[in-house]
Write a protein that binds this ligand. Structure first.
Ligand code: MN
Length: 285
């Protein structure tokens, strides 16, 4: 199934190019009081919401997806975890280009570990990217985004996919420069998730998904998740060996080669097989 968030806090189910408003399925959520539980409550209660949403969708009128403004499929993720340099050819291009590495230490992922992006950087496809610090080089990075479905700590590689709720297309927008990754990649709107949350059963194995990204129609990145150095099960196991994972936590799996600068006025189209295509406008902040 494909869950969309759109407009002003609407929840939708997407089939083909049509979205059905199933917002009232959120009425099945428990009522919460401060302090709120950790994690994203839509994902934490996805099984219940899913059943209710299906029932509501049977009676709901379809609208074209193109007629709604897509928001981030996740409203309240607890953490945005990201994998640095997780495709060999991207590691090679970064090592070869000072505009990319800026004399930062370039280590392989098994030495660097993972990093966190601020949750305040998160937007949806319809929100677009607001470029800040226009004097700095800022690049697109397409990444498969993994959405965690259940609380997990020290999950094994073999069990890892059982804690995955679904997937999104992700953009890890990155200012190039000497600063920490968490700083350069956490500007408002520099994490884009979309177009929908696609449940794991619909995607199947995440290990052989074609992905590609165009800017203004020009192909910039094309690869397959089979080329990931650490695949999805390894990343979930690795992340959960350091962090407790909570429902709604996101793991951005890393970008392949072909990263390049974006500018106000550009239109990014990012596609991952069986997950979807999102179109994202770039503007000046
Ligand atoms: Mn990245």
């Amino acid at each position: 199934m494909r869950f969309a968030r759109f407009g002003t806090d609407r929840l939708g189910l997407v089939e083909a190019d049509a979205v059905r408003d199933v917002t009232s399925a959120l009425d099945t959520l428990p009522s919460y009081r401060y302090p709120l539980p950790t994690g994203d409550m839509l994902v934490a209660n996805l099984a219940t919401i899913r059943d209710r949403a299906c029932a509501i969708a049977r009676e709901a009128r379809p609208s074209p997806v193109s007629s709604v403004q897509l928001r981030s499929p996740l409203a309240n993720p607890g953490k945005l975890i990201a994998a640095p340099l997780n495709y060999q050819k991207h590691l090679d291009e970064v090592r070869a280009n000072a505009d990319l590495h800026h004399h930062n230490a370039i280590n392989t992922i098994d030495r660097t570990g993972l990093f966190l992006k601020a949750t305040s950087s998160l937007v949806g496809a319809g929100d677009g990217i607001a470029l800040d610090h226009l004097e700095r080089r800022t690049d697109h990075e397409i990444e498969l985004a993994v959405v965690i479905g259940t609380r997990a700590k020290r999950v094994s590689r073999e069990q890892a996919l059982t804690v995955v709720a679904g997937y999104c297309v992700g953009l890890d927008i990155s200012v190039r420069g000497p600063e920490e990754r968490s700083f350069r990649k956490s500007i408002d709107s520099y994490t884009v998730l979309g177009p929908y949350l696609v449940t794991a059963d619909e995607v199947g194995s995440p290990g052989d998904l074609d992905l590609y990204l165009t800017v203004n129609g020009e192909l910039r990145q094309r690869s397959n998740t089979g080329d990931l150095i650490l695949g999805v099960p390894e990343l979930v196991a690795y992340a959960s060996s350091f962090y407790t994972l909570h429902p709604g936590d996101v793991i951005l799996t890393g970008t392949p080669e072909g990263v390049g600068p974006i500018h106000p006025g550009d239109v990014i189209e990012a596609t991952i097989a069986r997950v979807g295509t999102m179109v994202v406008d770039v503007r000046a902040a």
